[in-house]
Design a protein around this ligand. Sequence first.
Ligand code: ADP
Length: 487
Amino acid sequence: MTDLVKTGLLRKNAFIGGAWRSSADGTTFEVSNPATGELIGSVANCGVTETRDAIDAAHTAFGHWATMPAAARAEIMFKWRDLLVSNADDLARLLTAEMGKPLAEARGEVLYGASYLTWFAEEAKRIYGETFPTAGTDSRALVLRQPVGVCAAITPWNFPNAMLMRKAAAALAAGCTLVAKPAEDTPFSALAVAGLADEAGVPPGVFNVVPAANPVGVGDILTSDPRVRKVSFTGSTEVGRILLRQSADTIKKVSMELGGNAPFIVFEDADLDAAIEGAIASKFRNAGQTCVCSNRFLVQESVADVFRDKLINRLSELKVDHGDREGAVIGPLINESALLKIERLVREASDAGACIQSGGARSDVGNLFYLPTVIDRVQPEMSIFKEEIFGPVAALISFESEADAVRLANQTEYGLAAYFYTQDLGRAWRVGEALEYGMVGLNTGLLSSASAPFGGVKQSGMGREGSRHGLEDYLELKYFLMGGLGT
Ligand code: ADP
């Protein structure tokens, strides 16, 4: 990684109060490339001391940042955005090295991350208040929108840049300051954007990054320190529950973007070729490692065989390879435990009567690579139907009627994203309304953008990121009654 054009982007220390810091006890942890197993570097291992220091810094910085004119905050955010864009190639190479996704996808992620800075810098200037009529003649009532305060962001490894930028951009636009803890597998992208924040003029303490090998200690402090007023988490439902419990004692605001179990419904009246392209985008992007990935393909019986065969055919075009190699579409999985989980789900389904129609095994490209897989005759009782696969495996189940499709789709504790393909307008409305999900895509396999409210219902979480609603999560309403004004 020494060949980065801007070598300063490869940072190994924590970023606290505008300074690069090693951990107080001098410990570090190693981060390696999932495609090759090669060491990328050793990163400062933060714990209680560094996390407290970061909260101190964020707390001190808050007064100034919160009262700065919104337009001035926005200007700094635009500069930060410009730096992300002008360094997109290097940031993408860093991201591919630590996370594995193909370089083109990594570059797309960096630009997507930058788009949150654009969106929220613009929104910062539109944080409007309200006035409303009062009962008396000598009073006036207002509603102010004010920043929540110091916020904590705990982010995952599957989008090391974009998941952080989505939180950071909203927080900073609102006037909040942030302490971010990136995932232990992918701290470099977060540290790189911290360097660019500094260069853009984000004041010391406004944006802090505390990497850690073991997230529990840092998480404990972030969720228990009373000065942290909001925790925004993206990750598994299991860890979300822990962080919610921990945040209860100090009654923090929380945003939780948790696991999903997205259905992808194909009705017999769908444009099947369009559905196949949507399936590829929604299932195989990032090697199937996104929380909005289609997890269960529900296909109407009359078109089930055709859909399966077309899908298998299309999969043969997806090149499994190292993310930095030409033409790679499916990169490695993040680590051995992710691979073991996929192997377990496929094995259990196959043992219970499902049929592996293509793939179903590790690829010989490298240790952590898994072949794009199609498995059909899946049943609702199987673990592959119930659990988030998080890998390049399409599980197919067939259904008879529209009512069956909706029932199967909603038969899960999760409620993040859902997709369906139909050309019937009436069905489009009916099914769109009946799906118990925070996000629904009709005739499309991709639905994220900075202008859309991203988030789930049921055990997929609470709160929304992106869009004007994403800013609301970082703002408190203050009812301000002014009395004694005279008549
Ligand atoms: P995944 O299963 O996709 O790896 P996790 O929910 O385990 O997702 O991790 C998402 C983020 O949550 C990562 O930054 C990870 O370090 C962090 N994390 C995991 N466990 C805890 C915890 N107990 N406290 C705080 N953060 C945690």
